[in-house]
Design a binder for this molecule. Sequence first.
Ligand code: SF4
Ligand code: SF4
Length: 325
Amino acid sequence: MKPGQPLIFNIRRFALDDGPGIRTTVFLKGCPLSCIWCHNPESMDPAPAVAFYPDRCILCGDCRRICSEGAVSMHDNRRIKRQRCSACGRCADICPAGAVELLGRYYPARELVEILMKDLIFYGTSGGGVTFSGGEPALHGAYLKPVMKELKKKNIHIAIQTSGMFDLSAFRSEILPFIDIVYYDIKFIDRHEHEKYTGRDNITILDNFQKLAGMPDVRIIPRVPLVPGITATVRNLTGVADFIKSAGCEYYELLPYNSGGIAKRHSLGRDIPAVLNGIRPDVEKEKGYREIFARCFSARVHASSYFTERYHEVIGGLSSRFMQR
Ligand code: SF4
Ligand code: SF4
């Protein structure tokens, strides 16, 4: 890997949740945000990462013998001493049990295109295509542009999943001309909450969203993660619904809380944010959040103020059930 070359940590074929039809989803490393609930924490750092899965380990010791950095300890159930590990990947290559994995590999554009073309027939028959995700794929416009150009020669449908934290003019010139659907995360309406839980404020994100939503040829679908008590509060959902509607969007997607990031953090030797303790996916609560969002979305009356009298009328009894702070 050379400096500046983006790494891919997963290429998921036959994906059914990343856009219309059957898709291949490419996950790129590197993200300007660090959302505490992120279910792909391996995507945050642009550098390669080493994951250790203790339930697969057969204690053969091969990883310790191969590691020249002294970064493996058989007495530590996290196995890898992160401060010593250079992520060379030798332990992952030798491990007979698949208990160590090197996450993040550079694919030359031509090789990536070849992989994506393998499922051309499925894209065609299902109305599917390719989705770029991450991490933040918009960070890698120069790398993705020739890939997308090749895909478009075969008329392949292309979607992108983005945090919205990007330079809009680069996005417009390098990425947007090839994209059929932009899935755009709106996590918080309040900039301080955004900063608290993602590490960055949301000024650029909201601004980019409004501009893109105002472009006639851009199909943009906002997506709101439902993290109980964090993004999924009455106040935030009401504000986000109001904002999205104000921008002229008629569609949205609400994403159920995915707790998979906790196990991944363990495998990467990272601590689990205390605020996530006790948060579990909850189908009943989620139904309530969806109801709140839908009602606010359809009942929007004041574009400039989401915390209004009308808001109390609309969600009335639901607020006491779901207001979490
Ligand atoms: S990735 Fe390399 S440096 Fe890190 S533990 Fe494995 S062999 Fe050692
Ligand atoms: S090489 Fe794999 S199976 Fe063997 S001790 Fe290391 S992690 Fe466990």
